[in-house]
Design a protein around this ligand. Structure first.
Ligand code: NAD
Length: 376
């Protein structure tokens, strides 16, 4: 197993590519054979010649690629071509296993070994393969840039002969990978930043970035072994809403990133709370695709409420910075392929007992083999 196909993305809104020429070159040097679907890197300015120079063969037709390769790499799940792949193909992409049950079954029935990159375990060794982290960092950064560009005021305090401008107030709800980058970016731009997260360990991280941690007593709060937040009870969610209502009302920008792995995101900003915000304020809902933290948010369009608050979709903001997002995604894929490279036998070492593979390999041998989804 050493022939890798890089597919061109088919979603019109996708701007990234899963492998950049630098990593293609490094993989070829390692012993992989690379096939690249024509124009796969064009959205970020990489031509077929760039990939050819890196050592890849350009494939005009996707089916030709499927027929020639053992490993298929792309960012998004395939549209309707799962059955066009050969049995035993190793398919590596983002894949929402929790909400795509039918497609999981199609992968299983087709005998494809499907890796979901979102399911990558959160271990130190797998950190460099973790697309959630690499993409969320960029999305967190961009959420602030986007909100700042729409806000009718500046971020820093400014003292001028014409008067003093107070700093913008930014409230970040959910301080994981994206939230931390959002805090750092807002601080760099000069805003006054407050933040809240249900995981107790976060308070120190928030303070170390120079932001204020909003204290809300929700009773017992903890995190899973993998570092994810645990789901709150409805009573705790209500307590949280009450505790953060005043901060929201005073903020110029609220960015929500609160997610609970494998479950619907909690609704943390209700219409009542948005009604208390100032006209011109901005809300960015980065959990909009997984249920939404903000009442009325939409993944497809920005909403202006009756009181003049703009609710922006924070879905896949990494796509707004595709060059860096592709480089990082590609670095994650490279690390994965490097980790499993068996240099003696010049093949991808498909060891089902490897902890990393156990965490992210969902289907194989015409079955759903991942223990969390088996039998569902
Ligand atoms: P995530 O995307 O699942 O959630 C984002 C944040 O929302 C989390 O911090 C979570 O605690 C928070 N949240 C959930 N419910 C909330 C609520 N009701 N109110 C406020 N906040 C709420 O998480 P993430 O950003 O991917 O990462 C979470 C943690 O895992 C971080 O500490 C991160 O450093 C760690 N991590 C470790 C690894 C690794 O070791 N390989 C990789 C990635 C992340």
């Amino acid at each position: 197993m050493n022939k890798v196909l890089l597919c061109a993305e088919t979603l019109p809104e996708e701007t990234r590519t899963a492998l950049v020429p630098a990593h293609v070159k490094a993989l070829c040097e390692m012993g992989y054979e690379l096939f690249v679907q024509s124009d796969a890197g064009l959205t970020i300015g990489f031509t077929n010649d760039d990939y050819k120079e890196a050592g890849a063969k350009i494939i005009e037709n996707l089916q030709e690629g499927y027929d020639s390769c053992d490993i298929v790499v792309r960012i998004n799940k395939p549209d309707d071509s799962i059955n066009a792949m050969r049995e035993h193909t190793l398919h590596i992409s983002c894949f929402d296993v929790f909400n795509e049950k039918e497609a999981v079954q199609t992968f299983a029935d087709a005998g494809i070994r499907m890796v979901s990159l979102e399911m990558m375990p959160r271990s130190t060794i797998a950190q460099k393969m973790d697309i959630q982290s690499s993409q969320a960092s960029l999305a967190g950064y961009y959420s602030v840039i986007l909100a700042a560009s729409r806000l009718p005021k500046i971020f820093p305090m400014m003292m001028t002969p014409a008067g003093t401008i107070s700093p913008a107030r930014v409230f970040i709800i959910g301080v994981g990978v994206a939230g931390l980058q959002a805090i750092a970016t807002a601080k760099r731009l000069g805003a006054r930043v407050e933040a809240f997260d249900t995981r107790p360990v976060v308070e120190e991280e928030v303070k170390s970035l120079g932001a204020k941690f909003v204290k809300i007593d929700l009773g017992e709060m903890s995190q899973t072994e993998q570092g994810y937040a645990k789901e709150l009870t409805p009573e705790q969610v209500e307590l949280q809403r009450q505790g953060q209502a005043k901060v929201c009302a005073q903020s110029d920008i609220v960015i929500t990133t609160a997610k609970v792995f494998g479950r619907k995101a909690p609704l943390l900003l209700t219409k009542d709370m948005i009604d208390t915000m100032k006209p011109g304020s901005i809300v960015v809902d980065m959990a909009v695709k997984t249920g939404g933290n903000v009442e009325g948010s939409s993944p497809d369009e920005d909403i202006i409420t009756d009181n003049g608050v703009m609710i922006i979709s924070g879905d896949s903001l990494e796509r707004a910075v595709p060059k860096d997002a592709s480089n990082m995604f590609s670095g994650n894929i490279f690390a994965f392929l490097e980790h499993f490279w068996d240099s003696e036998n010049k093949t991808f070492n498909l060891d089902y007992n490897d902890e990393i593979l156990k965490g992210c390999l969902i289907t194989a041998d015409r079955k759903i083999i991942h223990e969390r989804f088996r039998g569902e």
